[in-house]
Design a protein around this ligand. Structure first.
Ligand SMILES: [Zn+2]
Length: 96
């Protein structure tokens, strides 16, 4: 499955973070439309070049090319201290 995470684009839901088996999985999408992933990269390594918002450009389990995304940073005890994009860029759709 390949998903685009450009701001303003809907992101399909899938099981991911929350399981002990997938710490690199998608947790959700922050208010600026960029995705939030678990605390490790898709290869199991720790993200090393996170910016002040706990994000960076890189590959994710859902993309074939490097894109901006956030990571949970457990030591910081917060999801992301700031947003890279503009809040309100996420399209919400009611559940069927
Ligand atoms: Zn990453």
């Amino acid at each position: 499955m390949v998903a685009s995470f450009s701001p303003g684009v809907e992101v399909p839901r899938r099981p991911g973070f929350g399981s002990d088996l997938d710490l690199s999985g998608l947790v959700g999408v922050l208010l600026d439309g960029y995705p939030l992933y678990g605390p490790v990269e898709r290869d199991g390594s720790s993200p090393e070049d996170l910016d002040a918002c706990h994000g960076h450009v890189g590959l994710t389990p859902d993309t074939e090319r490097a894109e901006y995304h956030y990571h949970l940073v457990v030591a910081a005890r917060s999801v992301a201290p700031c947003l890279r994009g503009h809040a309100g860029s996420v399209l919400l759709r009611p559940s069927p």
